[in-house]
Write a protein that binds this ligand. Structure first.
Ligand SMILES: *[C@@H]1O[C@H](CO)[C@@H](O)[C@H](O)[C@H]1NC(C)=O
Ligand SMILES: *[C@@H]1O[C@H](CO)[C@@H](O)[C@H](O)[C@H]1NC(C)=O
Ligand SMILES: *[C@@H]1O[C@H](CO)[C@@H](O)[C@H](O)[C@H]1NC(C)=O
Length: 189
């Protein structure tokens, strides 16, 4: 009888401390101003190098094109990138992070070279070391002054959204190599 009591108590104790997985969601109302939003501006250069022994962008898939296209980035080609980000435009400039992901050559009109970018920009130094923001956007590469959308982020860029203004600092149409200036405006927590 006493043993049964102890067993019953032990059972109750176990049930009481077992976590309760009763639902898969939890919501609450957030009062505006509960978390203060920050505005951050970033300025850097991205080096997208297709040529040479150690390219930072490599073609990983392409359409079975009927016409031979002379462009290094024909319509339907998909590139994987791990591009360095630097403080200045020179290839020897100090590296502050890297952009990793994919871009797709998305315009059938080869005179309007356009890519759609699926890229995570991470920083490896300074205040934002270990943090990254996510760019998902169309980028009309041939336009002088263009804008892309930033849709999220990690670490210090949690809940980020904003945009980046991109200008071409260097472009070689033969190789596809490019150095691009990024001016980023981000709202984040
Ligand atoms: C790719 O294109 C070549 C040449 O036009 C053709 O012979 C081949 O069958 C195509 N392959 C596929 C999978 O469509
Ligand atoms: C950046 O963060 C990593 C991981 O926490 C650390 O190992 C590294 O030393 C940091 N770099 C700088 C320059 O702060
Ligand atoms: C583009 O790259 C090719 C091959 O490396 C080179 O011969 C050419 O001079 C470059 N053009 C420009 C404008 O830098």
């Amino acid at each position: 009888m006493e043993e049964q009591m102890i067993f019953a108590w032990a059972m109750m104790f176990c049930l009481a401390i077992a976590p309760v997985y009763s639902g898969y969601y939890y919501s609450k109302t957030v009062t505006p101003g509960e978390k203060v939003e920050k505005l951050t501006h970033l300025h850097f250069f991205l080096h997208d190098i297709l040529s040479g022994e150690n390219p930072s962008a490599v073609m990983v898939a392409h359409a079975n094109l009927t016409k031979k296209d002379n462009s290094p980035t024909p319509f339907g080609s998909l590139f994987a990138i791990d591009d360095p980000l630097t403080v200045g435009p020179e290839p020897t400039s100090r590296v502050i992070g890297n952009a990793q992901g994919l871009y797709l050559s998305s315009s059938q009109d080869s005179s309007k070279f356009t890519i759609v970018m699926y890229i995570d920009f991470a920083f490896t130094t300074g205040k934002f070391n270990g943090s990254s923001f996510s760019l998902f956007s169309r980028n009309p590469v041939t336009e002088a002054d263009r804008e892309v959308a930033i849709v999220g982020g990690r670490g210090k860029f949690r809940m980020a959204r904003g945009f980046a203004k991109i200008k071409t600092s260097y472009f070689n149409a033969t190789t596809g190599d490019a150095i691009l200036e990024y001016k980023v405006t981000l709202y984040h927590y």
